[in-house]
Design a protein around this ligand. Structure first.
Ligand code: CP
Ligand code: NVA
Length: 303
């Protein structure tokens, strides 16, 4: 049976192996071996992307394969061909389909109808590939997950949902501080609580950013206005102001805490320049790790 990566939960059994493989790739493993020679990845982007697009495309090239960047505007999808028919057709041509979508239902429809593996490159519910790179970065810096506390500050969005589940899978304590009404998906939060408990960790929600970062080893934030929410921007910028990751906030965390952001950052909004470019930031390593983890995911799915 094919494996799809729609949720980080789909990687539950493979997560630590994928991260280990990404670390080997970062160290130079398979350089010039081209294990994906002759393989093709189709990438459909309904929304903008820098990291995901370039890391997958460059990653495929480095592994000897080929990636096609397809925008719905250029595909017949943009003229009304269904996502299920698109899935069936692409499956006849390529070895894997990656999709960045506005609507999670479209993602599920694509996965259901494709006969090749489907990778979620971000939708309105999750961003699983981001979480793999995030966890790799934590492990690289802290050498473990158990006993660590990750505080996510800001919007309970796709990135937050996947990171909350990913933390539960690896047994790292997770707390999200979000404004009232802007927390992560309730069902996923419940799922994360159960999973965290099973793995000897905790998964909590609060509306108090200062309390969340107390004793934190990792502080994480993301934009307050995700793609597709532009109309709510004005209101959100006001509501989220107390959730800015700035020097005053990180003083409450552990002295050796690391600061993470999936990027793109809105400097001066969810994170200040001072923190982003400061000594706690591992943000650019985290972005680099997208490439190594993307390659590890591709190898697992289509080698
Ligand atoms: N973090 C992330 O997915 O970035 P892009 O939107 O640039 O792909
Ligand atoms: N939460 C952001 C992540 C961008 C990578 C968004 O969905 O726009």
């Amino acid at each position: 049976m094919k494996l799809d990566v729609i949720s980080i939960l789909d990687l539950q059994d493979d997560l630590e192996d994928v991260i280990a493989s990404a670390m080997r790739l970062k160290g130079g493993a398979l350089k010039d071996a081209f294990p994906l020679k002759g393989r093709t990845l189709a990438m459909i982007f309904e929304k903008s992307s820098t990291r995901t697009r370039v890391s997958f495309e460059a990653g495929m090239a480095q592994l000897g394969g080929h990636a096609l960047n397809l925008s719905p505007k250029e595909l017949q999808l943009g003229r009304g061909e269904t996502i299920s028919d698109t899935a069936k057709i692409l499956s006849r041509y390529v070895d894997c389909v990656m999709y960045r979508a506005f609507d999670h239902k479209m993602m599920l429809d694509l996965a259901k109808n494709a006969t090749v593996p489907v990778i979620n490159a971000l939708d309105d519910v999750e961003h699983p590939c981001q979480t793999v790179a995030d966890l790799m970065t934590v492990l690289e810096r802290k050498k473990r997950f158990k006993g660590l506390r990750l505080a996510y500050i800001g919007d309970g969005n796709n990135v937050c949902n996947s990171l909350m589940l990913g933390s539960a899978i690896v047994g790292m304590d997770f707390v999200a501080a979000n404004p009232d009404g802007y927390g992560p998906d309730k069902q996923l939060a419940k799922k994360a609580q159960g999973l965290a408990k099973k793995n000897g960790a905790s998964s909590e929600l609060t509306t108090d950013p200062k309390a969340a970062v107390k004793g934190a080893d990792v502080i994480y934030t993301d934009t307050w206005v995700s793609m597709g929410m532009e109309e709510e921007a004005k209101e959100r910028l006001k509501i989220f102001q107390p959730f800015q990751v700035n020097s005053a906030l990180i003083k409450n965390a552990k002295k050796d805490c690391i600061v993470m952001h999936c990027l793109p950052a809105h400097r001066g909004q969810e994170i200040t320049d001072e923190v982003m470019d400061g000594p706690h930031s591992v943000i650019f390593d985290q972005a680099e790790n997208r490439m190594h983890t993307e390659k590890a995911i591709l190898l697992m799915l289509i080698r």
